[in-house]
Design a protein around this ligand. Structure first.
Ligand code: PLP
Length: 409
């Protein structure tokens, strides 16, 4: 199976060699791919006023954050992500803190750290105004209720979403802002992942721009993310160049109307890092049942949960037998759950001991991994300047026991 998104030697380094050197399972990231995705986005949205805030929840290894430093800022969803960003050398002013349903105390820690606050509910806005008045500016996360395409598990713009302040509550918001003299310096929307249609995106943008006219102190408008990347041959992806053209000219027009050149922000996670990553796994068993041939690998939903959690498709290649006769396999993990990486996949003949590469593992792979079945998390390797670098060790059993307090029983 050829998939143009697959590269057996990203950044000039053989994936098979990496599995030999560092063992499997192992996460591998190609720095060149991350930078080229970043450059693609910058080219589509030219201008100094365009700022990219990388959503680090997708992949938060501090080395990845350093790779993007001096290019992008960050979008953080917890105070801990904020601190990871600060520890990786980002300035507080480069970090947007977009929490949802966190305690007000956590938000205050963000204010103390000096990061840009993004508020996503009315009661929080009231508390914020009470405490800070006009002294600390904040951004508002607006839910424009735009739904279009994508995976229903990960849409955040629909009517009963827990994210954002409904655009229908604008009057209420304006009353609070006026009463507490809050400085609203930004407006934000993030309609959800996997937007297939540039038209839908622009429709949401239009609503946000309309809303923006009601706020006089804006410095930026943040259009969130939702850029869809390719997971398999023939996938429809967001046409970044097209979106760039349409949105940029619409935004320029808005700025003229608004009377001030505002910054235009995006917060891509997946777009920057998904395709850069591979999860390399070793085949432990090939198991023929009455109906299926299973390739059982030494990893599972504990390391990459997206196939089971989102029903996500991840392309798989047998990198240690690339000339073998193709056969149909169902690739499963070793967890005591039905943890299937891929159903009925055509793979070059799989033998016990082979190494499989699971593609698009850069985003929401390692960061969503866990210790289920008392399995350690795998190592992470970054390919940089033609060399593989270990950027996180594999966990060990001591890590699993770290916070356990043994009592007399
Ligand atoms: C998760 C998230 C993103 C990134 O989404 P992707 O689909 O990975 O691009 C951006 N903004 C916010 C607020 C998020 O929660």
């Amino acid at each position: 199976m050829n998939y143009s998104g697959f590269n057996s030697a990203p950044g000039g380094v053989s994936l098979l060699e990496i599995a030999k050197q560092f063992g499997a399972p192992v996460y591998v990231y190609d720095s060149e791919k991350i930078i080229s995705q970043y450059s693609k986005l910058k080219a589509a949205f030219p201008g100094e006023h365009v700022k990219i805030k990388y959503a680090l929840k997708a992949l938060n290894n501090p080395n990845i954050l350093k790779l993007l430093k001096n290019r992008a800022g960050l979008d953080a969803v917890s105070i801990h992500e904020v601190r990871l960003g600060l520890a990786s050398g980002y300035l507080p002013t480069e970090i947007l803190f977009t929490p949802n349903c966190v305690s007000f105390d956590e938000l205050k820690l963000g204010v103390d750290a000096g990061v840009q606050i993004n508020i996503d509910n009315i009661s929080m806005l009231e508390h914020f105004g009470h405490l800070y008045g006009s002294t600390v500016p904040c951004c508002l996360r607006i839910n424009p209720h735009i739904v279009g395409g994508g995976n229903t598990h990960i849409q955040t713009g629909h009517i009963d979403s827990k994210f954002g302040i409904s655009i229908h509550q604008l009057r209420h918001v304006l009353r609070i802002v006026e009463k507490e003299k809050i400085t609203i310096n930004g407006l934000h929307m993030h309609t959800g992942s996997d937007i297939l249609d540039a038209g839908v995106f622009v429709q949401g943008a239009e609503l946000l721009l309309e809303t923006a006219m009601q706020f006089k102190n804006l410095e930026f408008i943040d259009f969130g993310s939702g850029f869809k990347v390719s997971y398999k041959e023939g996938d429809v992806t967001t046409d970044i160049a097209e979106l760039g053209k349409t949105l940029s000219s619409r935004f320029d027009l808005f700025c003229e109307e608004y009377g001030k050149k505002l910054e235009l922000w995006f917060e891509p996670g997946k777009f920057l890092v998904s395709e850069s990553g591979y999860l390399l796994v070793k085949v432990n068993v090939v198991k023929q049942t009455t109906s299926t041939v299973f390739a059982g690998v030494g990893s599972g939903q504990n390391h990459l949960i997206r196939p089971m959690f989102y029903d996500a498709y991840h392309h798989i290649e047998n990198i240690s037998n690339s000339t073998g006769n193709p056969r149909i396999y169902t690739v499963v993990g070793y967890i005591c759950e039905t943890d299937t990486f891929g159903w009925d996949r055509k793979l070059n003949e799989v033998r016990e001991g082979d190494i499989l590469a699971i593609c698009n593992a850069g985003a929401y792979g390692y960061t969503m991994s866990n210790n289920y079945n008392a399995r350690p998390r795998p190592a992470e390797v970054l390919i940089l300047n033609g060399q593989p670098h270990l950027i996180r060790k594999e966990e060990c059993e001591e890590d699993l026991m770290r916070n356990v307090l043994e009592i007399e029983i």
